[in-house]
Design a protein around this ligand. Sequence first.
Ligand code: AMP
Length: 250
Amino acid sequence: MKVLVPVKRVVDAYVKIRVKSDESGVDTQNVKMSMNPFCEIALEEAVRLKEAGKITEVIAVSIGPKQTQETLRQAMAVGADRSIQIEHDGDVEPLAVAKLLKAVIEKESPDIVFLGKQAIDGDFNQTGQILAGLMDWPQATFISEVVVKDDNSLEATREVDGGLETLSLSVPAILTADLRLNEPRYPSLPNIMKAKKKQMDHFTPADLGVDVTPRLEVVKVTEPSKREAGVMVANVDELVDKLKNEAKVI
Ligand code: AMP
């Protein structure tokens, strides 16, 4: 079984986001960029499945500017066997990402495409679902556990509002990883060195015949309004009084 893991390069989760002064977007100049945390989780699970002998190959794929090569080297240091870079400067919306992934699937014929549930920059939470639609493949989204059965079918546990839901899927299938699936490892120094020699193929959207022209227009991006400082109250009576007479919420 072959697993394709799409990994996105995003502003590091621990960096304080700065909005550009012209409100056209988020400033990414001189900002630490990292692999999207949910992609790290999907990748970790694919690597663990390979280590457990359940799958044979893990291929990482990333769409973005030249620097996505660093993200792919990191993916290979964590354990991906090889990688594919689709180079494009500028925003690529989920539909276009899904179309590019479909083109890669047609070349590589993976059994599982294992995405993150969401990229923390655009917060779309759409790519896996759109890809499942384009491919007409079964999907299990927001998964917190996956088991590859001996007959190569999958059992995936999903985090839903009322608890956990377990689905059985035949492959090929789309999975999207949620936070509690695993804790990703840090790549070791020897593996970082080994990753430098692993294969990375390069394409452009044009090579794959996909038009990535955005369909959405961003009107403006603004910072969330500042929260006012809290007030210490002396006792419950004062709290109830403030909630009743100042905040007027009870
Ligand atoms: P989204 O639908 O944008 O929230 O992203 C969900 C998932 O789709 C991410 O966690 C990635 O696995 C994949 N994905 C989205 N954009 C890209 C990209 N530019 N390159 C590679 N994978 C991507």
